[in-house]
Design a protein around this ligand. Structure first.
Ligand code: ZN
Ligand code: ZN
Length: 346
């Protein structure tokens, strides 16, 4: 079945798809201003303005209709009197009002296309493998770079440039380099200050290959570490392995999370691990399913998720170790293969 057929098979009302990434996933058109109307019988119409008309007209299996710039405004007229599902995560309140004012009955939906996207097909898995392999190359080169004395920002730019030189389309998200006390923030701001010796440096970076993201974190040492930093590195690595071991088909997102959380809690650092263990990765770097304490998701073969516990000690430093893994029929396969031994860099 095609992606559109799989989507249509689960619909009661027609679904108006306005999420850029969902439109791209369903019909392959990347546009900042396009919408799809998918009927429960599978009939699909694509709407966009003249800037995208040439590409939209070439999309197979859909009826293309060129609209004015305000796509939703025109759809409000075209769909007047109909009940139509809309995507709660992306349709704006103003667009909702436009539809209602035009006589459309919008029905809130959440995560309909995202649930399909969570299970990757072979072509998507190939792209995710390629992105992860490129990330491995990058980390391998990075480990031979000098850290101490260079600023976090310099190193972050080196990573971004190197990803492009190695063939990535772009970076998947802003490169994170957080040294010393800055590493105590899971999403630290990259600073213009030199990386000190004798501390931990967290590097979280990813690239995009064929539209698909990689996401990998390693934490490096810039020389001999104070005892507590060495201790939390070893603990984080153990917890990350426990998380990896727990990932498999049929496992709850919350149970996988707990597997990585328990060893950290037992060691007395539970408060220092505030975020969830992981997230799905695909066309977007954060997507379904969720692996965190409140997750209702259940993992299935074809999911590609991160496993990334961390320990963050304000005023001291932090560590995070992240791999990207494919859920298989029987367990999980790591896509990022770079070593997790504590590496000391210059
Ligand atoms: Zn990451
Ligand atoms: Zn991540």
């Amino acid at each position: 079945m095609t992606r559109l057929e799989r989507l249509a098979a689960g619909l009661e009302d027609p679904l108006l798809v306005t999420s850029r990434v969902n439109v791209r996933y369903l019909v392959g058109l990347d546009s900042s201003n396009a919408a799809l109307l998918v009927e429960p019988d599978g009939e699909t119409s694509l709407f966009t303005d003249s800037r995208y008309a040439l590409r939209a007209g070439a999309v197979q299996g859909v009826a293309f209709r060129q609209t004015r710039r305000n796509v939703v405004g025109e759809l409000a007229e075209l769909l007047a009197g109909r009940r139509v599902g809309v995507e709660g995560a992306t349709l704006t309140v103003a667009q909702w009002e436009t539809l209602r004012a035009g006589g459309v009955e919008p029905v809130l939906t959440q995560g309909v296309v995202e649930r399909l996207r969570a299970v990757k097909d072979p072509g998507e898995i190939d792209a995710l493998r390629a992105a992860a392999a490129l990330s491995d190359l990058l980390f391998d080169e990075l480990a031979r770079q000098r850290f101490a004395g260079r600023t976090e920002r310099e190193l972050a730019w080196w990573i971004e440039r190197r990803f492009r030189e190695l063939g990535a389309e772009k970076v998947a998200f802003d490169v994170l380099v957080a040294a010393g006390v800055n590493g105590a923030s899971p999403h630290a701001e990259v600073r213009d200050v030199p990386i000190p010796p004798g501390t931990l440096v967290t590097v979280d970076a990813g690239c995009v290959v064929d539209g698909y993201c990689s996401d990998c974190t390693r934490t490096f040492a810039t020389g001999e570490l104070p005892g507590q930093l060495a201790e939390i590195y070893a603990l984080c690595r153990q917890a990350q392995q426990a998380g990896l071991d727990a990932v498999g088909p049929g496992v709850g997102g919350r149970d996988a999370d707990a597997a990585s959380r328990n060893p950290i809690q037992e060691a007395g650092y539970g408060e220092a691990y505030g975020h969830g263990m992981g997230h799905g990765i695909g066309l977007e770097v954060h997507e379904a399913p969720a692996l965190r304490p409140e997750s209702e998701d259940v993992l299935e073969a074809g999911n590609v998720v991160s496993v990334e516990p961390g320990i963050y000690l304000p005023g001291v430093g932090g560590v995070r170790i992240e791999d990207q893994v494919l859920v298989t029929e029987h367990g999980a396969e790591r896509l990022t293969a770079f070593t997790k031994d504590l590496l000391t860099v210059g």
